[in-house]
Each structure stands twice: as C-alpha cells, then as structure tokens.
Design a protein around this ligand. Structure first.
Ligand code: PMP
Ligand code: GLU
Length: 394
C-alpha cells in the first residue's frame, strides 16, 4: 500500500534533474552520453570567488548564519540591485536562501492559499508548476509559441486573469526559451496589471547577466510594480556556482519577513562559507564573468547554425540564458529505426537511446511541441552531439 502523502504522490519529479541522473546512470554503464539536459555552466567557479571561500574557512566561519543571510551579504546584494538594476532595497527586504529554488519555494509558501491561481507563461522553468502545486495553488498555463518568441503578450495576460489570480511567475532571460522581455514588453504587462492591484509578480532574473542583447529590464523598476514584485536572483548561473546553493530575493518587507519565517522552520540560514564567497561575487563588476557570457553567445550561434541544418527543427533566436528550445513537432508520427515518435518525450528519449544525447522534453516546461537543449557544454561536444542527432534522424 502506498503510505506516502497525497502531496508527494502528486508531485512530479524534476525532469531536468531526472534526465541528468539518467545520463549519469547510462555513463556508468559505459555509454558515451553527451549531456545537454542540465542547466549548469560547464565553467569552474572563478578563482577570486573560490579564494574568498577558502579565506572564510580559515577565518572560522562555521556557526549557524542569520536566517535571512549575513548582513554584509545583504548589503552587497543591495549594492548589486542598485548597480545592475537601479532597484533600491533596504536590509529588511532581502532574504538569502539555499538556491533561488528555495527562494521560489519560500515565496510560494508565503503567498499562495489553496485554490489561488498562478499564471505561468509557457514555456516556464520546470519547477514553477510543482512548487505552486505544493502550496496548493493552481497553475494557469498561458501558451505561447515560437511565432511570438515564446513571450506572453498583454492581451494573453489579460485573458488569463480571473478573480482568483494571485500571482504571475516568469523568468527573463527565460529558461527554457532564452527569450528576453524588453522594458517595453514588461511595461505592457504592467499596464494590464494596473487594473488588477492585488496580483503579485515573481520576476526570476537568475540569467540576468547571460544576456546577448544587453539591457536587462526588471519588473520592479516600474514604480507602480515595485510594491508587488518579488525579484528573484542567484549566483548559480552567471558565476558558475550551482553547487554552492545561494539565491536571494528583493521584495516588499512584509513578504521578505514571511520568507524569513518560513526558512527559519525549514532550513535555517544558508551555508556560511558559500555566503562569504557570494559577498565577493556580488561586489565584483559583472565584467569579471563576461568571458563566460561571450562563450555562451558563441555556442548559441554555433548550435543555431547546426540545428537549422537539420530538416524539421524550428528555432527562435534565444537572446539569453544557455538553452535552445526547438519546435520538433514536425517529427511527430514519423518512424526512425523502428521507433515511432508521437510526442516530445518520445523524441527526447529517442535522442538519448539512438544519438546518446540527453535533452529534456518540452512537456516539462509546459510546451509539448519542443525539446530543451542546454548548450552549457564545450563546442566540441555540441558539434558532436548535433552531428549524432542529425545522423539518428537520417
Ligand atoms: N530559476 C530558473 C529560471 C532556473 O533556471 C534555475 C536553475 N536551477 C533556478 C531558478 C534555480 O536556481 P538555483 O536553485 O540553483 O539558484
Ligand atoms: N535550473 C537548471 C535546469 O533547468 C538546473 C536543474 C534544476 O534545478 O532543475 O536545468
């Protein structure tokens, strides 16, 4: 008999992490898998950040940390928000967490009541849907397509709003589409929200620096949105620090206080050494990590060129993050090597088994016509992976 709670039984396994685990498993069986499933920079954490962590160990940072983060780190985050985003936050508005994932889970627990609707423009980052459901919220998916660069329009937002709408969650640059909302596009969404003063926005800006067009815009920059926007950010992506597990929010202080309370019962403050290292990361000029962004842009161009050479792949031009999200629906109904592709999950599984390339099905991101390819891998690996994909579909 299944003794587990309905809550856990109804929770999906993270598709990105599951695919990464599957690729690891196949590798231990001796299969030469190229992993393009996980959104994780393949760079090492920059030395100047590692040195700060070593210093922190030698300085005996080993005690429990304040639940919402070291004050010095929160100050550095405040300076970062001002410098990069022209956002003014004060200490009680910042909460440091164990990854932006925890920041998001805190916000859900703090804000969502059972039955509250949360608008998720599709494709959305894989975990939004389940984090919302865990708080007994109801995800409301707004479908977008490659024709609108996978962005939600003001009209679509307006049409999705009901008296039960509590929040909107989105990322820009977007995981998985790489789309970047311009200031004008964000303003159009904010204009819709003018008539709905009780709707809050989670603006997930964790890919802020990985932007190939420049000009990152934040929802909270609009005066009329500041008091109802939770700005989420972290160091996993731009600073290649996925395993260090530090994320943070800037938010109205009553929301930050609630997240602090939540975290105080669940994890306590984030890791002491990682927090000390992140002070250094936050104080650094973003130009220090530009070399990674430049390389991601080269890879984006490479991957787009190679994919567009395969019949049946339709791509947008991602302007940020490190993913492409090709529409592969033209393969549905076709049979290759005796295997019939009926949906994106079949396609992704086919690529894993026949091309030995790990990708993630678009279903996990709320778009069943696409797959996600992470190009956080070397150019050699990308060239080889796409060659294998092409061969497997011949
Ligand atoms: N938001 C988005 C859009 C992401 O892609 C990720 C990737 N893991 C996260 C949040 C969570 O990041 P982390 O918990 O590593 O800070
Ligand atoms: N955010 C990354 C991804 O989308 C890491 C995996 C995860 O946290 O789910 O692949």
């Amino acid at each position: 008999m299944n003794q587990l709670s309905d809550r856990i039984n109804n929770l999906s396994t993270s598709a990105t992490l599951a695919m990464a685990a599957k690729a690891r498993e196949l590798r231990t069986e001796g299969k030469d898998i190229i992993g393009l499933s996980l959104g994780e920079p393949d760079f090492n954490t920059p030395d100047f950040i590692k040195e700060a962590a070593i210093q922190a160990i030698n300085d005996d940072y080993n005690s429990y940390t304040p639940v919402d983060g070291y004050e010095e780190l929160k100050q550095a985050i405040i300076t970062k928000f001002k410098r990069d985003n022209n956002l003014t936050y004060t200490l009680p508005q910042i909460v440091v967490s164990t990854g932006a994932k925890q920041s998001l889970a805190n916000v859900a627990a703090a804000m969502i009541n059972p039955g509250d609707e949360v608008i998720l423009p599709c494709p959305y980052w894989v975990s939004y849907n389940d984090i919302v459901k865990l708080s007994e919220g109801v995800p409301v998916e707004v479908k977008t397509s490659i024709d609108t660069d996978f962005k939600m329009t003001a009209a679509q937002l307006e049409a999705a709003i009901t008296p039960k709408t509590k929040m909107i969650w989105f990322s820009s640059p977007c995981n998985p589409s790489g789309s970047v909302y311009s200031k004008t596009e964000l303003r159009a969404l904010a204009d819709v929200l003018q008539n709905h003063p009780n709707i809050y926005v989670v603006s997930d800006e964790i890919y802020e620096h990985i932007n190939f067009v420049g000009g990152h815009a934040s929802m909270a920059q609009f005066e009329d949105m500041y008091d109802r926007t939770i700005t989420v950010n972290g160091v996993s992506k731009a600073f290649a620090m996925t395993g260090w597990r530090i994320g943070f929010i800037g938010a109205p202080s009553w929301i930050a206080r609630a997240c602090n309370k939540m975290q105080g019962q669940i994890t306590s403050g984030a890791n002491c050494i990682a927090q000390r290292a992140v002070i250094t990361a936050m104080e650094a000029n973003p130009s220090k990590v530009q070399y990674m962004v430049d390389e991601f842009k080269n890879r984006r161009d490479l991957v787009l060129n190679l994919l567009n050479d395969i019949d049946g792949f339709k791509t947008n031009t991602p302007e940020g993050a490190f993913y492409v999200f090709p529409d592969i629906s033209s393969f549905f109904g076709k049979t290759f090597r005796g295997k019939t592709i009926t949906n994106a999950s079949d396609f992704s599984l086919y690529l894993l088994e026949e091309a030995l390339v790990a990708t993630v099905t678009g279903d996990a991101f709320g778009n069943p016509d696409c797959i996600r390819i992470s190009y956080a891998a070397s150019q050699e690996q990308l060239i080889e992976a796409i060659k294998r994909i092409k061969d497997s579909l011949n």
